[in-house]
Design a protein around this ligand. Sequence first.
Ligand SMILES: Cc1cc2nc3c(=O)[nH]c(=O)nc-3n(C[C@H](O)[C@H](O)[C@H](O)COP(=O)(O)OP(=O)(O)OC[C@H]3O[C@@H](n4cnc5c(N)ncnc54)[C@H](O)[C@@H]3O)c2cc1C
Length: 402
Amino acid sequence: MDLEYGQEHEAFRESVRDFLKGWPLQGAEAELPIEQQQSIFRKRGIEAGFVYRKVPAKYGGSEQPSDALKDKIIQEEFHAADAPRDLSSQGAGMLVPTLLEFGTEEQKGRYIPPALSGEENWCQGYSEPGSGSDLASLQCQARLEGDEWVLNGQKIWTSSAQRAQMMFGLFRTEPDAKKHQGISYLLVPMDTPGLEVRPLREMGGGYEFNEVFFTDARIPADSIVASRGQGWQVSRATLVHERNLIGNPNMMREAFSDLLNLARARQIAGRPAIEDPGIRRRIAEIEGYVQTSELSGMRQFTAANRGEMEKVMRPMMMNKVFSTDVMQMIMKCAYDLIGGDGALAPAEDELDTWGRTTTSTGWVLQYIFSMGPAIAGGATNIQLNIIGERGYGLPRDLRKTS
Ligand SMILES: Cc1cc2nc3c(=O)[nH]c(=O)nc-3n(C[C@H](O)[C@H](O)[C@H](O)COP(=O)(O)OP(=O)(O)OC[C@H]3O[C@@H](n4cnc5c(N)ncnc54)[C@H](O)[C@@H]3O)c2cc1C
């Protein structure tokens, strides 16, 4: 098998490298707050055709023809330069593709551009205290009164709600319909009177999780995506994008390359840890999994482009389970390399659980955090049920129907 990139793609890599000479920003721009610098560079990336390649230009993307190898080259080079690229936030990564599929023209024009730029942050209001894996049993209610929805109830585990300007959420709008058919997908401004966000502290010490309470919170009737009672279908689309985000092989490759750097920097018995046979064996095993995932990703991409999705349905279902396992292996290996430094309490500014792993305590937080994605977006047990039932035609698990 020839795994070299061809001439066209090597030339493309050079053009990406040339573009990346513009990062970090220089002169007066370098004095701006970092978020502003990232936003400036991301916009330049869109103009150059390297950022948001799948999003139509009229909604703020760069609308490029699909090419998995080019995507991979961009990811490799942007990661090496630590440069800002597509946000993998709930807005850009989950809501945008959902709106592209189900939104009205007005909703796409209004919500997609600020979600891509990061000017408007989104959170996901699905889970409730009594409804996680059995999400369709959710009870948070939206009642139509005149030209407004009136919201009442509670959401939980709402990641980054404290920073969000908007929520996409699931609400029971048809209480008399069967449980899956009684749900609608609504877009809720977080500053709506009657909406209250309360933080929940995580075991890593940070505050990414929240509870969100609604008490007669009113939003316009046109805040609905698709029709009344179609929220379940819309949410399935968002969940696929969430699972693809979590199962993204690029994320594994980046964490793996950070792990290699760590293994080069740490010492075991006076020698770089990367020379230790035990560490080398673990790293080689992990790299095997990372490469498998990358090749499977390419295969899925090619099949999608050829309209042969049915050939890759099983590997697609496995992406999330596989990637969360491998991410845990990477973080566990790093955690073992960190050794006693891991016992140090993290500084307050290291409590960003989504950040890069450049410090010992940052790695420890990532290790703790690596257990979360196996639960978020549908727990591994549920995903294994899906693989068994839909992928292999095994008998259905027992479940409540109403
Ligand atoms: C890091 C992280 C971020 C999250 N962010 C968000 C967010 O932004 N918005 C949001 O709405 N939610 C979010 N969640 C919540 C997440 O979607 C739920 O935790 C998840 O769906 C599981 O629901 P639960 O916690 O109620 O667990 P439960 O559904 O009570 O499950 C408990 C255990 O039982 C197992 N189980 C349940 N049913 C079955 C079954 N039928 N077969 C086999 N095993 C089963 C599960 O696998 C799990 O191990 C997040 C969770 C995490 C960890």
